[in-house]
Design a protein around this ligand. Structure first.
Ligand SMILES: [Fe+2]
Length: 228
């Protein structure tokens, strides 16, 4: 599997407070069956590290992880909380897309209605391909909104924990509706050191409910565009 959303880069957000914890997170990813991990630190207050610093820290950590026996392939991205400043910052090359591609992992408010479709449209106009992070958390979005996001050229990610009804059953309900409608592109861990990794369980669940072909797309093949 490829995990396109994780907080395993240490010291840069609320994901991991030590290099050892980060290595443990990556070894757990391997145990879950994940071979490629995209590290996507938050870009939202108070976590506002930019591309240059994150790239340096990534290279340093990658060397450390290898030394400690991590075999998974590591890539760098950023989970960007979208505001009016996002596009200018991307254009100034100050934020990270996913692994240097045109894909942008985009986060929105879970508590306040935000115009996700408008933001997706604005990003695609500039040539970016936004991936809406854990869409099941945005209770104000309908299946029709998700369809609109897709028709505008955006992509959709859900969390493995949500597939397993963690922390809320309503998350799973939304995930199932969206997968059934063929609107989900990726399942990812969004793992933090203090949160359990559900990639393997979620793969099994999606395979049982929707078939192996769907599971392969959501956990394996769709992500190839981001890492190859
Ligand atoms: Fe995240």
């Amino acid at each position: 599997m490829t995990d396109i959303h994780s907080h395993a880069l240490p010291f840069v957000d609320d994901g991991s407070e030590s290099k050892e914890d980060s290595v443990a997170m990556l070894k757990e990813e391997e145990a879950q069956g994940v071979k490629n991990v995209i590290l996507t630190p938050h870009y939202r207050p108070p976590f506002l590290k930019e591309k240059a610093e994150l790239s340096d820290r990534f290279e340093e950590f990658k060397a450390f992880a290898k030394e400690k026996g991590v075999e998974a392939n590591l890539f760098l991205g950023q989970e960007i909380y979208v505001t009016d400043e996002t596009l200018p910052l991307l254009k100034e090359d100050r934020l990270l897309t996913v692994n240097g591609t045109k894909y942008v992992l985009a986060e929105f408010s879970a508590t306040h209605r935000s115009d996700v479709t408008e933001a997706v449209y604005a990003l695609t106009l500039e040539g970016y391909i936004p991936i809406v992070a854990h869409i099941e958390r945005y209770s104000y979005l309908t299946v029709a909104d998700a369809k609109e996001i897709k028709s505008l050229g955006g992509l959709i990610q859900v969390n493995a924990a949500s597939v397993m009804a963690k922390p809320r059953t309503e998350y799973r309900k939304r995930v199932k509706k969206l997968v059934k409608a063929g609107l989900v592109d990726f399942v990812a861990s969004d793992v933090h050191f203090v949160r359990k990794n559900y990639m393997k369980e979620a793969y099994g669940y999606i395979k049982r409910k929707f078939g192996e072909e769907t599971a392969e797309k959501l956990f394996v093949s769709n992500a190839k565009k981001l890492t190859e």
